[in-house]
Design a binder for this molecule. Sequence first.
Ligand code: TXA
Ligand code: MG
Length: 320
Amino acid sequence: MAIISKDISKAIEILNNEDIIAIPTETVYGLAGNIYSEKAIRKIFQVKQRPLFNPLIVHIHSIEKIDEIVSELPEQAKRLAEAFWPGALTLVLKKNPNIPDLITAGKDTVAVRIPNHPTTLSLLQKLSFPLAAPSANPFGSISPTNSTHVANYFSNTISMVLEGGACENGIESTIIGFENNEAVLYRLGSISIEEIENVIGLLKVKNKQEIAPNAPGMLARHYAPKTRTYLVKNAEKFIKNYSNKKIGVLRCSNGTSSLNCMHLEELSKKMDLKEAASNLYAALHRLDNLNLDMIVAELFPNTGLGKSINDRLERATKNE
Ligand code: TXA
Ligand code: MG
């Protein structure tokens, strides 16, 4: 598709013109614009059909830029940044007054991260402003993990997808905020709770609560395919009740059984949850394009990244 390109100078030109492009990151592709351009930021919300009360993540290329974004860096935040940046960790911190309200939905905190993708790091280095970037999918639908996913969503509304290959992690960043100086997990993501706790000790988890003020993006139904989708303990057993339906199954490994379904997506034959996470959204996109009667996803082991995968599958299968 014509809008997919590796041309960084063109990307810079479009962004300097207060327009938006899609950028690759190690987690998912983002829809990016200059944080200081009201025009660009409004276009991000409009193209994504995202409600204005849902704040955006600011992307920077170096920890030296952090003072431009935040007014305080708690000790634990510093340790997390040192351990995981560049990488799939987003920190929610007290914002610097310069950060526009449109980015933070009027809140006094801002979400920030340094993405770990060579193309986007080099783009950010060449720009004179940070980039706001929500995931490059229409509000509520499956996140994009390659440039074709983005082009399929937005070829009529944006002029460029910066090609960066398939996203290595394949699942969004883990979001951590601070309340009364205590670290709180707002969104499960590419970095597991266990990895975070190895750095700062026991972590309070608020991921499951649908707390409007803190993480409005964590609405119940999210990351959802168009096809009716079920999340079950045992797919083989479940689909026996629907022998006349066109069914696609998504699960971790083939184990020993064979399945009687139209299409099978096995995310990691060796039961490696990192590999499974990196395949998750691409598999959901494929299944959703097959005109199936239903998608049946099987719960993953509830440990490490399995928790993040199960979280996304639960949101993808929630009914309004
Ligand atoms: O991996 C990622 O984080 C990707 C890539 C592109 O960086 N971005 C991403 O953005 O997932 P988005 O907009 O799809 O999700 C951002 C989440 C939303 O749930 C939003 O509510 C939350 O971050 N958020 C942003 N600012 C916040 C704040 N000040 N306080 C609490 N939550 C915040
Ligand atoms: Mg998103």
